[in-house]
Design a protein around this ligand. Structure first.
Ligand code: 5AD
Ligand code: SF4
Length: 437
């Protein structure tokens, strides 16, 4: 019997990666598909799209054309994810080679739509927060775990509330059961996912005991075998003291955190409807650093929001210098449909926007070089994830709890073990060190 083959391309965020895991597991378990990395031999080609900025969205139609040119004659092409949500049937009209469109909020319907012709399932009120997705049989050391779907915020630049619908939390017991099973299969590290993780517990589909994100962290960290917990993304507004104290004191919570800044200017933050000020952001960071001095902080920054003046941009530079982020994801503002900011007059030229981005990134590079020097001699707990062999060099590698990739030369350490490493070298942003324990 010929096995059906699935090719999947995933763009965008960790949430989309998780959705792709679910698509793969559903199709494997219920429809007998196996994964291939060759689109030309696939019976089903899925493109799991992102729409957060304009560029990847524009790429979609050229990709569909490329897949259509190389695919087997009977093979189907399906467009899933955030662009599917907001373009819907327009995709099939523009690209008739597409067999179905499955929105980011409708992933659990994959086994239906593959049997329908030209299905368009993009209802953002659809609630699959209690749906039991098939399990991915690929046991790994790390696993992604969705704790909520959708987003209730109204950031004026962001299309996600439109593509992923309102926020609904996944029941705690379902998460605990899932984490338990993952631990039994050898998973050591969980990455909890949600558009706004620390808003967990605000709305469930069915009656649920009152809870919040801090409580969820406490409960998940009781599970034997789960050694590390990470999460993304929390919102600065919901970082109350109770949360920061749990973050600091719970040994299973990795000491790295993504705190999306977006802008350092209180005025721009107001226009973005972020709900916090520069002072609030800096206060939370200061509190966090006082509780966990070695904490790793990453952030997202948007430059050239339409109302951003030169002075506003300087405020962003000020926060960059004060916080000294360990990782920076930075973007030029991209107007998106279905957002409040799309109609704002934008006086900032492309050249000026690129200049601001370059200034921000260049300064951050300097900060990183400085920080890397300070890492020499520091001691990290590292979860061993890989062995590499590029003869004559062999090494083990893994991430510190502060989320730095660290190599341990000349060692083959057990995968999944957590070891103490002293950093001895840094080269081009990567760290290496020696085993202490
Ligand atoms: N333009 C540029 N960047 C954006 N992001 C979200 N929407 C936009 C937009 N319209 C960025 C934000 C967010 C990250 C995932 O993408 O920084 O945190
Ligand atoms: Fe993820 Fe947002 Fe892109 Fe959707 S639009 S895939 S939620 S980053």
């Amino acid at each position: 019997m010929n096995t059906k083959k699935l090719y999947i391309e995933t763009m965008g965020c960790a949430m989309n990666n998780r959705d792709s895991d679910h698509l793969i597991a559903e199709l494997r378990e219920k429809e007998g598909y196996v994964l291939t990395d060759q689109a030309q031999e696939a019976d089903l080609i899925l493109i799991n799209t992102c729409s957060v900025r304009e560029k990847p969205e524009r790429k979609l139609f050229s990709e569909i054309g490329q897949f259509n040119a190389i695919k087997k004659p009977h093979a189907k092409i399906g467009v899933c994810g955030c662009t599917a949500s907001h373009l819907g049937e327009e995709i099939i009209k523009k690209a008739p080679s597409v067999s179905f469109v499955l929105g980011a909020r409708n992933i659990s319907k994959i086994t239906q739509v593959i049997h329908q012709d030209k299905a368009v399932e993009v209802d953002t009120n659809f609630d699959d927060s209690t749906y039991m997705f098939s399990k991915n049989t690929n046991p790994d050391i790390k696993a992604l775990l969705n704790i909520s779907i959708g987003c209730d915020k109204k950031c004026t630049y962001c299309i996600v509330p439109h593509t992923r619908g309102k926020e609904i939390s996944i029941p705690t017991q379902m998460l605990l059961d899932e984490a338990q099973k993952l631990a039994q299969n050898g998973v050591k590290e969980l990455l909890l996912l949600g558009q706004n993780v620390n808003h967990y517990g605000t709305r469930f589909s069915n009656p649920h005991k009152p809870t919040n994100f801090t409580q969820l962290l406490r409960e998940l960290s009781q599970i034997e075998g789960i050694e590390r917990i990470r999460f993304t993304s929390p919102h600065p507004l919901h970082m109350d003291d109770e949360f920061l104290e749990e973050f600091a004191s719970n040994p299973k919570i990795c000491k790295s955190i993504h705190i999306p800044l977006q802008s350092g200017s209180t005025k721009v933050l107001r226009e973005m409807k972020r709900g916090y000020t520069q002072e609030w952001y800096l206060d939370r960071v200061q509190k966090l650093k006082s509780l966990v001095p070695h904490v790793g902080i990453s952030t997202d920054i948007i430059v050239a929001f339409p109302t951003e003046t030169e002075e506003d941009f300087e405020e962003t530079m000020k926060v960059l210098n004060l916080v000294q982020f360990d990782t920076l994801y930075s973007f030029i503002y991209s107007p998106r449909p279905h957002t409040e900011a799309q109609n704002l007059h934008n006086p900032i030229s492309k050249e000026e926007a690129s200049k601001r981005l370059a200034t921000l990134q260049a300064r951050h590079k300097e900060i990183l070089a400085q920080k890397a020097k300070q890492e020499i001699g520091s001691i990290h707990s590292v979860l061993i994830e890989n062995h590499r062999d590029q003869s004559p060099y062999i090494w083990s590698e893994g991430r510190s709890d502060t989320n730095r990739l660290i190599k341990i030369p000349d060692q083959v350490l057990p995968l999944g073990s957590i070891v103490s490493i002293k950093v001895t070298h840094h080269e081009g942003g990567s760290l290496s060190g020696e085993l202490l324990s």
